[in-house]
Design a protein around this ligand. Structure first.
Ligand SMILES: [Zn+2]
Length: 310
């Protein structure tokens, strides 16, 4: 749900002058501008999963800055959008949590490439007509989508991270995490000469994420307070569902400790309303059992990687 005073989940990683965005939750294009980042430097978007709270503002992230995606030699290289591929099967529900209407039954569980294709299709009017009234870069150069094929976890078998990008400067690896029936849902690790950052996406406590994050400088991790939800009427099967989707505030510190990261930065709060739980309280509670530094993330928070020299 949109809440006052806090944007949705979206992070940016800047490596030299290159900008990578991880998730495009609510308000991400505005947050990008507020952070003083340059849309002409946006190189890649990495979606952890295709729930709307992580991908809902992808269309704006691609379309609003279209006009600046041009240089002296024509259109800039396309923005690359990486994310989950189509799942192998449409998950089923049960008696309590079931689907009544299947939307778009001909392709009921599209992947990232499908999502981007459909954004372009839905905005074909804008893309085809606007260049007649304003000088625009070739729309065909705007975006390229890449599906990441990560095998769903098989119990007891450790995942080998998938290499998503490795260009000698930035290496991006991903593993599937556990987020209810959102399969696949991904976590990403970025390794650079300046340092390493891991983004959890949405997940329960997950050994493959902990392995992926080993020794990272920063772990950006979602956090939920399931006890708060229970005190506010989410009980029984509904609470169990929430516990199968998210890492609780009582668990995230031990995740960071086991991963031996240097700093845990909390993000994507549940509940998100700022007047329910203070940042200080989130950090204090989440940091239990973690010997490193715990920071309650807030919109616009910045960190320099430890080995940045300029
Ligand atoms: Zn989420």
């Amino acid at each position: 749900m949109p809440v006052a005073g806090r944007a949705g989940i979206s992070s940016a990683l800047i490596v030299n002058d290159r900008v990578f965005v991880i998730d495009c939750g609510r308000g991400s294009p505005s947050a990008f501008a507020n952070a003083g980042l340059d849309f002409s430097r946006l190189e890649g978007v990495f979606l952890t999963h295709l729930h709307a709270d992580h991908a809902g503002d992808l269309a704006g992230m691609l379309l609003y800055p279209w006009g600046v995606r041009v240089g002296d030699n024509g259109p800039l290289a396309p923005i690359r959008v990486y994310g989950p591929s189509r799942p192998e099967a449409l998950p089923a529900g049960d008696a309590v949590f079931c689907r009544e209407t299947t939307i778009h039954p001909e392709l009921p569980a599209p992947g990232t490439t499908d999502l981007v294709d459909n954004i372009l299709a839905g905005y074909a009017y804008h893309l085809n007509v606007m260049p007649l009234d304003a000088r625009m870069p070739d729309a065909g150069a705007l975006v390229r989508a890449i599906d990441i094929n990560v095998r769903a976890r098989t119990d007891g078998i450790t995942q080998v991270p998938v290499i998503v990008v490795d260009d000698g400067v930035v290496k991006v690896t991903a593993v599937a995490v556990t987020h209810g029936r959102a399969v696949p849902a991904l976590a990403y690790r970025f390794d650079t000469a300046d340092g390493s950052v891991v983004f959890s996406g949405d997940t329960t406590v997950n050994d493959d994420l902990i392995a992926l994050a080993q020794g990272a400088d920063i772990l950006v991790h979602q956090v939920a307070d399931l006890g708060y939800l229970e005190r506010h009427g989410i009980t029984g099967a509904a609470l169990e569902r929430m516990a199968a989707l998210h890492t609780d505030v009582t668990q995230v510190g031990s995740v960071a400790e086991r991963a031996r990261v240097h700093e845990l930065i909390l993000s994507h709060y549940l509940p998100a309303e700022r007047d329910t739980i203070t940042d200080a309280e989130w950090a204090q509670r989440a940091g239990q059992g973690f010997s490193g530094k715990t920071t309650a993330g807030s919109d616009g928070l910045r960190r320099a990687l430890p080995r940045v020299t300029s």
